[in-house]
Design a binder for this molecule. Structure first.
Ligand SMILES: *[C@@H]1O[C@H](CO)[C@@H](O)[C@H](O)[C@H]1NC(C)=O
Ligand SMILES: *[C@@H]1O[C@H](CO)[C@@H](O)[C@H](O)[C@H]1NC(C)=O
Length: 350
């Protein structure tokens, strides 16, 4: 994640054609419910972004100064994490198709990284199922069930007769219902990177919080109770593009791949800017614009609590807290960032 322009992985990756092109084409996004109903989100209603962002009181803006880089060179973009506390394993999917197991049970915090199962696709979202299986949102293969023995079964590769093209975020409710998102009915990942929606089931199991990358916001979709079917604001005007959201012990953790820059606002508002950027990218390569990536923790009401970031981090897609450590994954990095929160906490700015 530190932005090193000479990093060898930066050029050779097939997934890089971006974030830019992400914005070139109209967005069609949907939350889909495995074996339930479906819900279509509206495309880019920018006028709805009316609530200002209330910055968190607690910040650590230089997390790389205290962080360790785990498994350097063993990952190609660990995009999302699922943590199994029984075996002390982090599961993560990478660009070469592997679901890797990161064993945290070693003494003195040693970690072992193991290539476990290869989906043959691009595993993105990953969540633990109720029967010890992993539910994986694979950009190319659809929604997968990976059993503890490593057998891969396709649960869904179409919805309502439409082929899934960029299955992305996933979470499993306590009743076993799988919520997942598919970013586009029209375009798949090798055509452009449009990482548009991510989901997390609320602790009360009454709603699903979903984040819309380019809109820089998360909303709450009620799945039970008298508000069932309604969509509400959760958090608006986030300080960067948004990626995965996870719930853990009282907080949602929201990955922010890059800070918000004037460019993104322009690009969202004016199609000409998106087009010019796409043309420039084709001829000159993609400029490195992402920086100040990190993760934001918010409470169950959507109020920001703490922001962890670094100017040298980009494309942070996931943050989770395990015991007293924060683990960050990225769509591009060759490692996992680990920060000891006792030693390097977010602090109140004086
Ligand atoms: C971690 O757990 C795995 C599976 O039980 C085991 O094979 C491995 O030896 C353990 N590692 C350590 C360092 O205890
Ligand atoms: C996934 O596969 C395992 C093993 O076949 C099965 O026990 C489990 O119920 C499956 N999970 C889902 C959500 O289909």
């Amino acid at each position: 994640m530190p932005t090193d322009p000479n990093a060898p992985h930066a050029k050779s990756w097939p997934l890089l054609p971006l974030f830019f092109s992400a914005l070139v084409l109209p967005v069609v996004a949907a939350i889909l419910v495995y074996q339930l109903d479906s819900f279509d989100a509206a495309p880019m209603p920018l006028h709805e972004l009316t609530h200002p962002f209330d910055p968190p009181l607690l910040r650590n803006e230089r997390i790389l100064q205290g962080a360790e880089l785990l498994g350097a060179g063993k990952f190609q973009g660990p995009e999302d994490f699922a943590y199994d506390s029984t075996s002390q394993v982090i599961y993560t999917g990478t660009a070469d198709g592997w679901i890797k197991r990161v064993w945290l049970n070693g003494s003195a915090g040693e970690t072992v990284v193991e290539d476990w199962v290869n989906t043959g696709g691009r595993p993105l979202g990953i969540a633990l199922g109720l029967n010890n299986e992993l539910i994986v949102a694979d950009a190319y293969k659809g929604l997968l069930n990976v059993s503890r023995d490593g057998d891969v079964e396709v649960l869904a590769d179409e919805a309502g007769g439409v082929k899934l093209k960029l299955t992305d975020g996933v979470d499993v409710a306590k009743d076993g219902t799988v919520y997942f998102t598919d970013a586009s009915y029209k375009y798949s990942l090798h055509q452009f990177f449009l990482d548009i929606m991510e989901v997390a089931v609320s602790p009360l199991q009454d709603s699903v919080v979903f984040c819309e990358t380019a809109m820089r916001r998360c909303r709450k979709y009620y799945i039970q109770g008298n508000k069932k079917g309604q969509v509400e604001k959760f958090i608006d005007n986030l300080p960067g593009l948004v990626d995965n959201i996870e719930y853990d012990e009282g907080h949602y953790w929201i990955g922010l791949p890059t800070e918000n820059t004037g460019f993104w606002d322009l690009a969202l508002r004016y199609p000409m800017v998106r087009k010019a950027a796409a043309v420039a990218e084709r001829w000159m390569g993609r400029p490195r614009m992402e920086k100040n990536g990190g993760v934001l923790s918010v409470d169950v009401n959507g109020k920001p609590v703490a922001h962890y970031q670094d100017v040298g981090l980009s494309m942070v897609t996931i943050g989770i807290k395990i015991k007293n450590h924060l683990y960050l994954g990225s769509f591009m990095s060759p490692y996992i960032v680990r920060l000891d929160l006792d030693q390097h906490p977010a602090q109140r700015k004086s």
